[in-house]
Every structure is written in C-alpha cells, then in structure tokens.
Ligand binder design. Structure first.
Ligand SMILES: [Fe+2]
Length: 598
C-alpha cells in the first residue's frame, strides 16, 4: 500500500511539473485570489462584519426630574444632528423639542474598551469623544397616567434615528403605591447585568431608582457610560441592552431607566481628579487634592480665577453633572438635593471621599502615607483620603440638611429616606478609616529632614457618625441607604432608624468577620477597627433565608462575587425586600431572603 501511494503521488507531481510554468503560476494566482475572497467574506481580514452594528442612538432615552405635570427625557448621540424630539401621547402625535448640549469632558484613553481599541489602539492618548446630550421636557401630564413616547434624532446626512417605544409619567402623588429599586456600585462589575435583569424578571417595571453612588469607575471615560465593548456599561445595563456573559449565560440587564426616573448620589467614582493631569484617565482620576491645597499650590492665580478653575486643579464632578438633570436648589447645586417622590421624601447627600490603598510599602501613595520618592514634591502628594463632600457640622451642606429636616416637605412625608455613598454602619472594608479630614503628620529626622508624610483619621472626628447620624435619627429618618463596600448588610439603631447597604454586584471587599480582618495600620485599634462594624450596631440576620457560613450559622451579610443582591422598597406596604440570585446556576430561582418594614 505504501509503495502504491507514493507512486501515485510521484505520478501527480510529474503531471503538475509537466504543465507550462505560466499556467502553473496562473492556477496559483486564481487559488490565492479565491482564498482571499473567501476569508474576506468570512470577516477574517475585515473585522467590521464581525462586530455588532453600532446602535442608532448612543443610548435609549431615560427619565429625569419629574414634576407634578412634566418629566425630562434625555438621550445621547454621537452626532450633533438636528430635529431632536420626543413624540408622545396617544398615537405619538404630540411633540416636545429637545435642547442639545455637547458633553465637555467625555474622553477615551488606552484603557478604554471600545470600538476598535483592542485591535488598533485607536486611543493611545487621551482623546475627547464627541457626544451630544438631548433633553426635552414633556409637559401637560396627569398624575398616575402613563403615556407612550419615543425619541428621534436626525443625523447630518438626513437619516432619522428613533428609539424604541416606552412609557413615561409625571411625579407620582402621595398615596400612589410604588416599587423603588435600591441599588449602587454598578461600576461595570460582572454581576450588574444579571442583577438588573433579575430585578425586572422578579418585580416587573419599577417606578423609580435610588442609586447610592459609584455608577461607573472613571467618570470621564465615555465608554463606561455608553458602550464599553465588554457589554456591561452603565446605560446598557439599566436599559436592557447589556451583553454580559456569566456561566455561559448572556445577561441583558433590565429595561428600567426608560420607564423610571433615576435619583443618583455621588460616589467616589463620580469624581475626577485634577483635569489634564495624567497620561491616562485612570491617572487623572487618582490625582485629586483638597481645594485648600490647590489654592496653596497656585497662590498667585487663585484670586482671579473662577470656581471651575479651582475644581480643575483639585477635583470635579463635571461629567456626572452634565449627564444628570437633578434639583439644583441646594447650595451644592446638583451635588446634594431633596425631592418628594410619592410618599417618599428622599434626601440625597454628597458624602464621599477619595479611595486610596491601605498599602504601607514606601512606593505607595495611599490612605496612610505619601510615597517616599515624592516627599520633597508636595504637588505629587495625594493628601490621603481627601473628603469630596464636606458635611461636618457648620458646613454649607450640613446647614442645608438641618433646614431640610425641619421643612414641611420632610416632616409631613410618610417615608423619610436619606441616601449617600459612604457607609455609616458596615461590615465592609471601606468604613475604615473614619470619614474625616486626614490629619497630616510629618516625621522628621534629627537634622530636620523629612522622613515620612503620614495621615491619621481619628474615629472620634468621623463626620458621619459624630454630626450627621444624630441629626438624622433625631429627625425621624426611617432609612439611611448607602453603598461603597460591595456587600449587603443592614442595621437598626436604638431609636428605630434602619441602615441598609445593598451593593453586591461584584468585586466585593468581603465582610470583616471571623478570620477576615480589614487591613489596617498596626498598633492603633482605637481608630482602625479590623473586625465588625466600627460604629457599634450589630448586623441583622436576614429575616427569611439567610446564607449560612461554613459553621452552618446564618450569616448577617452577603459578600459574594457569585451571588448578587438587589432590594426593592414597596411604598404600598412600607417594606424593603432583598433578593439574591446565584449566578453560578443560571436556571436557579431568585430568592427573597430578607424583609423589613419602615
Ligand atoms: Fe465607592
């Protein structure tokens, strides 16, 4: 057999060699051409056909700032275009014309996951991304009546792009039963899309979203809001257009923001550092310094410059404020506000600080120290966990809060809820160190030279615990809602104020119980508590179906990168129900594991 096969091969070679050279070349050329054509059609050489088609609009519309007879409709495009409008009402016969503004800070960089970045590195340097925001006010609405709507925009080439059709409503009246989603810390985390998909599958359309901060990771990176190509960007997750796979299941998020207004709070991830100060957006994000330090670093210029000039040299929330339409009646503008939503008076505070590493190695610019290499360069310092939202007694925000808690709107509300990002009570990591201005300590050698710059955070000066919580408890706040540590846990104070953190969508920092101690500086366990809730209250064991630990005891928390949690406030009953879903088992049921009443 071997012999005869070889013989046939030799025969064929002889036959091929017998052909004229030109003919052999032509055959090669034709085969090569056909191969290239086939591969091109399959998309191997041209990646475009393999990529999903770009969306018509950059986002679907979402609802903002309802009043008794109106609501704002907002959407984004990557073209300036014209004739941006909402059509609404029966037969979509009414029109509200939008006003258009270009976002000023949305950019991409080499760490972006967008478009052809992975293949071509199109954003090696930080580059402004042109995005336009359209907003129309739909008026003449009646309380409790949902109205169909859609939005459309006309591109410069005359093509009209329209959204899907959804429904909107004005502000719900008191007495209206509402389902409100309590959520936070989405940050494109792995379980966000699954979490929001399960919200809609479990409770249907929600009426509002209270979002306790950390919407994205880097607020000026456009793709994190709109189209990160890993499939879990902010708007796609909240609009049912995500595409995020876990355990061989693709989750689409939930169509939530099209129907329900979002009321966000500022988390540390909504705050950018010094504008234009880094080679990447991540570096710029890290480069926040206190405003008082910025004034010292640029003393001659400070006097003549605007407030924005100072923000650009310290920290800013420009992109967050450009994306959301929020009440602007407080001294802090959009950064803190209050609104009545049905039976709920929601007070949203700006209580968040810079997150820095607890690492104590000399090359780390962290919570507790400056880098050794930067000791003689104060412009390179991080100044510890810089407080972004001033809330200490006597600050403008504190004074405003005090007045708000005395207002008729607040006093008469059936449900009094206060939301902010930083935890007052938590088993999580990020409650340590205390929420207070870092106290700088300069260690000097005997010759006077600087040996270290360190920071301390006295727990007795925690502004949240010392100043804010007593004010809230005295005013009869029923729920304080927050995030930041990526877990679920809740507490109740002696006078009945509930404290809830329900931020478990991935990248949990765990719960500091048992052997899982927080990483804290050695030797000072008065200010840096390694285990439990540093502020005293004991965590509540879930009332319905707690998870059990290895010791088979029910756990008073969920801190998991597999099991995600969401909470729903039902104003008809005054109950807050928390649900969990195990993403390792896509076919498993969503389990209601805790419920309590305000
Ligand atoms: Fe956070």
């Amino acid at each position: 057999m071997m012999f005869s096969t070889r013989s046939r091969l030799e025969e064929s070679r002889v036959g091929w060699n017998a052909l004229p050279k030109a003919l052999r070349f032509a055959i090669f050329a034709i085969i090569g051409f056909l191969l290239i054509l086939m591969l091109t059609l399959l998309g191997v050489f041209n990646r475009e056909p393999m990529m999903p088609a770009p969306p018509q609009l950059l986002t679907e519309p979402f609802l903002q700032l309802p009043t008794v007879n109106s609501v704002q409709v907002v959407w984004f495009t990557e073209f300036a275009g014209s004739q941006h409008a909402v059509t609404y009402g029966a037969g979509l016969k009414q029109t509200a014309i939008a006003s258009t503004v270009k976002l000023s800070r949305t950019r991409e960089d080499r760490e972006s996951h967008v478009g052809a970045q992975a293949e071509t590195g199109q954003y090696q340097n930080i580059k402004l991304r042109d995005i336009w925001r359209h907003e129309a006010k739909v008026t003449g609405l009646s309380a409790g009546v949902r109205v169909p709507y859609r939005v459309s925009s006309v591109r410069e080439d005359g093509t009209t792009f329209s959204s899907g059709e959804y429904t909107l409503a004005s502000l719900p009246e008191s007495g209206t039963p509402l389902k409100i989603l309590l959520t936070s810390d989405h940050q494109l985390k792995p379980m966000t899309a699954a979490n929001l998909q399960k919200v809609v599958e479990t409770v249907g359309r929600v009426d509002g979203v209270f979002f306790a901060g950390d919407l994205i990771n880097i607020p000026d990176r456009a793709s994190e809001w709109f189209d990160d190509n890993r499939g879990g960007a902010f708007f796609p997750c909240l609009q049912g257009r995500a595409k995020y796979e876990i355990a061989k299941t693709v989750y689409r998020g939930g169509a939530i923001a099209q129907y329900a207004p979002i009321f966000p709070a500022i988390g540390n991830h909504e705050v950018m550092g010094r504008y234009g100060s880094g080679d990447s957006l991540g570096e710029e994000f890290e480069n926040s310094i206190p405003r008082a330090i910025a004034k010292k670093l640029y003393p001659e210029q400070t006097e003549t410059q605007t407030e924005q000039w100072l923000k650009d040299r310290s920290f800013n929330t420009n992109t967050y404020e450009e994306i959301f339409t929020l009440p602007e009646t407080s001294p802090g503008g959009k950064t803190y506000y209050a609104i009545t939503f049905g039976d709920v008076r929601l007070v949203v505070l700006y209580v968040t600080n810079m997150w820095r590493s607890y690492n104590l190695t000399p090359d780390v610019r962290g919570k507790y120290q400056e880098r050794q290499q930067d000791l003689d360069r104060p412009e390179k310092w991080g100044y510890g966990q810089v407080i972004f939202g001033e809330i200490a007694q006597g600050s403008p925000q504190y004074n405003w809060l005090e007045a708000e808690l005395k207002s008729q709107e607040f006093q008469q509300a059936k449900y009094k809820i206060v939301m902010f990002h930083h935890p007052p009570h938590s088993l999580g990591d990020n409650i340590v160190p205390a929420y207070t201005d870092p106290v700088q300590i300069r260690d000097r050698a005997t010759d006077g030279s600087l040996e270290a710059v360190r920071y301390e955070y006295p727990r007795a000066a925690d502004y949240i615990i010392r100043d804010v919580v007593p004010l809230l408890e005295t005013a009869g706040v029923q729920l304080v809602f927050y995030g930041h540590s990526h877990l679920w846990n809740r507490f109740i104070s002696n006078n009945g104020t509930h404290f809830l953190e329900t931020s478990n969508v991935g990248n949990t920092y765990g719960a500091a119980v048992g052997n899982k101690r927080r990483k804290v500086p050695p030797g000072n366990n008065k200010d840096y508590v390694a285990l439990g809730n540093p502020n005293g209250l004991e965590p509540i064991v879930p009332t319905i179906a707690p998870l059990r630990g290895e010791d088979d005891k029910p756990q008073p928390y969920i801190a998991s990168n597999d099991i995600t949690v969401f909470s729903i406030f039902n104003t008809a009953t005054g109950t807050i129900s928390s649900y969990r879903f195990d993403t390792r088992f896509p076919g498993s049921d969503v389990v209601k594991f805790d419920e309590f009443a305000l």
